[in-house]
Design a protein around this ligand. Sequence first.
Ligand code: SF4
Length: 164
Amino acid sequence: MRLTGTIVNYYIHCKRQCWLFAHKLNFEDDSEDVRIGRILHEIRSEGRNNTEIQLEGIKVDKLTDEFVVELKKSDADVAATTWQTMYYLYILRQKGLERRGRLEFLERNKQTYKTVEVELNEASEQKLKGLLAEIETYLAQDKPLPALHSKKCDRCAYYAYCFI
Ligand code: SF4
């Protein structure tokens, strides 16, 4: 199975969500949160020159001379966004492009961005490779881990699938 930044993000956020998404059980279009996120993303892209780019296997929000920029509507899971961005940096490195990562979080009703910079150094690259191997092994299983029953579930697009 081809991995993506979203799969890496979901693996950190919720392994069950990761498995469901990777196996094409995609309920995200029904989620109000996902729709809001998409609209925010479109609004923010306007006037900032929509520089979303797609390369083989990855889709990054913005690529500048210095940074891969990942835009999120909240900083609820910085770790998941960090490893998603690390994955993009890793794929770009394989294509001969060296960048740093910048995570930009915009809470609803706020006009300011919280930004976090990340770097794919030797240690984080090794950690990422281990993580990718772990994800591949997990996704090869024939069923996902059980539902989490955590605070994360409250706004999750998969809530109905997991609990109703
Ligand atoms: S509802 Fe909870 S357990 Fe189910 S996919 Fe979402 S976060 Fe994971």
